[in-house]
Design a protein around this ligand. Sequence first.
Ligand code: GAR
Length: 223
Amino acid sequence: MTRLRTAILISGRGSNMDALIAASKDPSFPADVALVLSNRPDAPGLAKAKAAGVATAAVDHKIYAGREEFERSLQLLLETYRIEFICLAGFMRMFTPWFVGQWRGRMLNIHPSLLPAFRGLDTHERALADGVKIHGCTVHFVVPEMDEGPIVAQAAVPVLDDDTPQTLAARVLAQEHVIYPMALQLVASGAVRIERNRVIGALAPHETAFIVPDAAAAPKRIS
Ligand code: GAR
């Protein structure tokens, strides 16, 4: 089996990166994490990737005059590593339409809300402020518009009366770690396809729609 050569792009902690690397350690997983790339040389995730035996690189966006110059460097590096697919995992830079065009249909993102609700930043604070009872996370293909694009998988969790942004974030994050490897597996194995704005073809709903009804489920500790 040829495995899809995948790069994970991070800006920080890299817990989703950890989950993807862990899944890819199984030789039957259809994607191989060939590179972890950060726009922040000091991203804690880089050391964790290195320790897991994955090649790492940093392209510091601050030293570039503009977005496109930064992205051309990224692109060169991705080509050097013969990368075929990208997973954004807490990568906190917007891309130009040019870069997105290079990776159309070949780039996934994870976002900490049930899109299309709560695009952008501070999703957990905003979910609490709006009083929603269900919150969650989404894995989707990347398109030029921020936090849009065909949805591969979502997980829903309850919002509890005594939640803080931190407790809610932890409950959502535990599900991010479940759905991102699952979504990458579906896409990399060719099990799903994009039709208009929809991703279809998953064998069973439990591969793409996760509902965590147990409000008492203890949030997983984040390392
Ligand atoms: C995750 O919660 C991810 O969904 C979010 O950043 C966090 C990164 O955590 N991404 C976004 O907000 C993208 N707009 P991690 O570095 O531990 O994976």
